[in-house]
Design a protein around this ligand. Structure first.
Ligand code: IPM
Ligand code: MN
Length: 371
């Protein structure tokens, strides 16, 4: 029995999560696997009513689960950043999910490139540091002090910033930070994944030609780790990388990226593979509680319309199965999705008319037919 905390979240989150659970329930019929789902409403609605984001009580409750299945976080009624940082990033940081694995295989026939080119990329996005640490602030009228703090499982870091400008204007800071220990464990995980799939080469993204402090350390650690483990590797600047992913995606197999660039590149790559409707992600702590979610957001304007593509979330459920040690069942979910698409059941984003629930039903039907 796998204890799954389900966080439907905001916007279209509940609709897509429902389809993910539908598919997991269908597996219970024919395979020896059981899920115990517990829904928790850690979302915009609760925030608007109570002012609560991710609380200490939520964290204690979540610790009792094997895994977290998440829809999407974000709501127009709340200022940008409040829910994203207070719930989603807080979950990633609190559960020390330092790897964000975002597979990007071409989904035929939905690839957006004009050229007929096949590819299958696994992006590993660092998930707890970089420009995402939430350390920063404003110095108004040219002077002030910022007391910054970054608390992680690996460290509790305090940084003070004293600013004195010769001009009375406002300054805003957003500090990027990376730590050797975290880059090391992130590189270890990425390299062992590359080895697992028989891949000899890792492409490492950064902007070391400009942010040479933060990405200088990144390069130093990656170079050490790849050399130690006989992994071939190459660095790419993120601007050139975004071009290359459109021009020659078939040149890449395993890609490692800092948090912020990974956010951007995985949206770009999702579009290249067939659209955000098909892109899942896993926030992974190899020794703790991982969390699976679609790459897309809460898309509030489509809320409740039953039109959004649930495949990204169904594929997130597939990644969750892999993570729980059921790679065979993960493959079945993948094949079920492929079959449903081969039968031309397409949601609107893919040019069809199927509703969210019809798409989920088609995947369930394909899975039942495989038995
Ligand atoms: C994502 C999202 C989040 C991120 C936001 C909502 C904080 O865009 O999962 O890619 O930037 O990581
Ligand atoms: Mn994003």
């Amino acid at each position: 029995m796998h204890k799954v905390a389900v966080l439907p979240g905001d916007g279209i989150g509940p609709e897509v999560v429902r389809e993910g659970m539908k598919v997991l329930n269908a597996l219970e019929e024919n395979y020896s696997v059981k899920f115990d789902f517990t829904e928790m409403n850690i979302d915009a609605e609760r925030y608007l009513k109570t002012g609560k984001l991710l609380t200490a009580e939520d964290v204690d409750a979540l610790k009792k689960f094997d895994v977290i299945f998440l829809g999407a976080i974000g709501d127009d009624r709340v200022a940008p950043g409040v829910l994203e940082k207070g719930i989603l990033l807080s979950l990633r940081f609190t559960f020390d999910q330092y790897i964000n694995h975002r597979p990007a295989p071409l989904w035929k026939p939905f690839g957006r490139l004009k050229r007929d080119v096949d590819f299958n990329i696994d992006v590993f996005r660092e998930n707890t540091e970089d420009y995402y640490i939430g350390a920063g602030g404003r110095v108004n009228n040219g002077s002030g002090k910022l007391d910054l703090r970054v608390k992680r499982n690996l460290y509790d870091l305090k940084v003070q910033l004293q600013a004195e400008a010769d001009t009375k204007t406002d300054f805003a800071f957003e500090i990027g930070m990376m730590s050797r220990k975290n880059i090391e464990r992130f590189a270890d995980f990425t390299i062992s994944y590359a080895k697992l799939i028989g891949e000899k080469y890792v492409t490492i993204v950064d902007k070391a030609n400009v942010c040479s402090n933060i990405y200088g350390l990144w390069r130093e650690v990656w170079t050490e780790k790849c050399k130690q483990s006989n992994m071939e590797f190459g660095f790419m600047f993120v601007d050139a990388m975004s071009m290359a992913l459109v021009k020659n995606p078939d040149k890449f197999r395993v890609v490692a990226t800092p948090n912020m660039f990974g956010d951007i590149l995985t949206d770009l790559l999702a579009e290249v593979t067939g659209g955000l409707g098909l892109a899942p992600g896993g926030n992974i702590n190899p020794n703790g509680i991982s969390m699976f979610e679609p790459v897309h957001g809460s898309a509030p304007k489509y809320k409740g319309m039953n039109t959004i593509n649930p495949i990204a979330t169904i594929l997130a459920a597939k990644m969750m199965l892999d993570n729980l040690g059921h790679r065979d069942l993960g493959q079945i979910v993948h094949d079920g999705v492929r079959k449903a698409l081969d039968q031309h059941v397409y949601t609107r984003d893919l040019g069809g008319k199927a509703t969210t629930s019809e798409m989920g039903d088609a995947v369930v039907k394909a899975i039942r037919a495989m038995k």
